[in-house]
Ligand binder design. Structure first.
Ligand SMILES: [Zn+2]
Length: 434
């Protein structure tokens, strides 16, 4: 029994290490190829040209360190819950919370809080390095240590508190319906995601940054014109003072109903031309109009239900086989939480290619929408190049990394698409803008 347990663990970690090794191998050979590539000039017509610069050593160096961080993070996401289970920490912690309170709901909340606290202590050095040191070393961050650390603490506290308050709900469902809990909890994730999407732009995001109306009135008017064409004039438009934190640029559209808003990082407005900024707002409007917010909530919920189904199946199998080694008998035992978290991490990791393949498709369509709305290929091209070169992204990526982790097509692919897509020039019908 013990033998089969350790054999399974060994096979699992062998698989993970092989995965990490292959990703690093293919990413490194991708970088070697990129180093040999010269700059790439996109010629649009006689007057417009844009160039993807030759990849800098700095960008390569940045990517290499990112790969190291990614490798450690991935392994830790599985190793931490396993350490909890095998070291007996899980068992001790569950005895400890049972001594503090006899109330099951409080036990669950306390166990979760201690679990996240201990995990956070283990990952803090890496989080600090990744979020602060590394980004400063490459000149991408403007944050003071105080600002970074207070954001980190705020984020950690809000997430841990909210989750610990509600964690009894999924457990209540497991207790009520031991056979179908994965289905009910999966379906429940849909309204929860909707609620989060609705309230976080209004109540959570402002805790981290300042949101103000767009200061450039001319730009504001042009964005409103775009919103009108898209028939969502009732959206708000904000800029957020991200320049205090970062040199990177970004924009997004979020919220639903009357919380819907386009948010432009002030770095974007400051560093791009008006045409380029409008190509980015058009892309974000595209997401909203095509219902990507709703679709990702519903599809996300459906995929999460599948993940929970697999978690349930494997949990039952594991508890049946190795309950004595693990020291837990039932899913609802407080001490089984790290095991559930481990299985969630495994299946969410395996689901990555599905979510990201869908996301890359959606991003391509939002680019198409932006091109149709602005009919300004040149600005779409140059804004894409500026955004990515500014954040030291590499123009191309290895297939395995793209499939597993890229939510957007590589920016080289996006530029080529923006160069080629122009049906209005040949009077062909457009897909989105009628
Ligand atoms: Zn997008």
């Amino acid at each position: 029994m013990k033998k089969s347990f350790y054999l399974t663990l060994t096979v699992f970690f062998t698989f993970i290490f092989l995965f990490v090794f292959s990703v690093r191998y293919f990413e490194n050979s991708n970088m070697e190829k990129l180093k040999k590539d010269n700059s790439y000039t996109v010629v649009l017509d006689n007057t417009t040209k844009a160039s993807i610069a030759k990849v800098s050593d700095k960008a390569i160096h940045y990517r290499k360190i990112n790969l190291n961080i990614w490798s450690v993070n991935l392994i830790l996401s599985f190793a931490i819950p396993i350490i909890f289970i095998l070291s007996g920490l899980s068992r001790k912690l569950s005895e400890f919370v049972k001594r503090i309170s006899r109330n099951y709901i409080i036990q669950l909340a306390l166990f979760f809080i201690f679990f996240t606290l201990i995990s956070c202590i283990i990952t803090f050095p890496l989080d600090y390095y990744r979020g602060f040191v590394h980004r400063h070393n490459f000149g991408l961050s403007n944050q003071t240590f105080y600002k970074w650390f207070s954001n980190y603490l705020k984020g950690f506290t809000i997430n841990t508190l909210i989750t610990s308050i509600f964690i009894w709900v999924p457990y209540f469902i497991i207790n009520k319906s031991p056979k179908r809990w994965w289905l009910y909890n999966g379906l429940l994730s849909i309204p929860v995601l909707m609620f989060v999407t609705f309230i976080s732009p209004m109540y959570i995001d402002p805790l981290f940054n300042q949101y103000t109306p767009i200061q450039n009135k001319d730009l504001q008017t042009k964005i409103e014109e775009q919103l009108k064409i898209a028939d969502i004039s009732n959206s708000k438009v904000y800029q957020v003072n991200k320049s205090v934190d970062t040199k990177e640029m970004n924009a997004y559209m979020t919220g639903v109903f009357n919380s819907k808003r386009i948010v432009l990082w002030d770095t974007t407005i400051n560093n791009l031309t008006q045409g380029e900024t409008l190509s980015i707002t058009a892309h974000e409007i595209g997401h909203y109009v095509m219902g990507d917010v709703w679709k990702s909530i519903v599809l996300g919920g459906a995929l999460f239900t599948l993940v929970l189904y697999l978690v349930n199946k494997s949990l039952l199998w594991i508890l049946h086989k190795w309950r004595d080694i693990l020291g837990v008998r039932r899913i609802v035992d407080v001490g089984a939480m790290p095991l559930i978290i481990l299985l969630l991490n495994i299946f969410l990791f395996l689901a990555n290619p599905i979510t990201n393949t869908y996301s890359r498709y959606v991003e391509r369509e939002a680019d198409r929408y932006a091109l149709e709305l602005t009919k300004d290929n040149s600005s779409v091209i140059t804004s894409t190049i500026k955004l990515h070169e500014n954040s030291l992204s590499l123009p191309k990526v290895s297939k395995i990394y793209e499939v597993w982790y890229y939510s957007h097509p590589s920016y080289y692919d996006r530029v080529i698409f923006a160069k080629e897509y122009a049906p209005w020039k040949e009077n062909k019908p457009l897909k989105y803008i009628k």
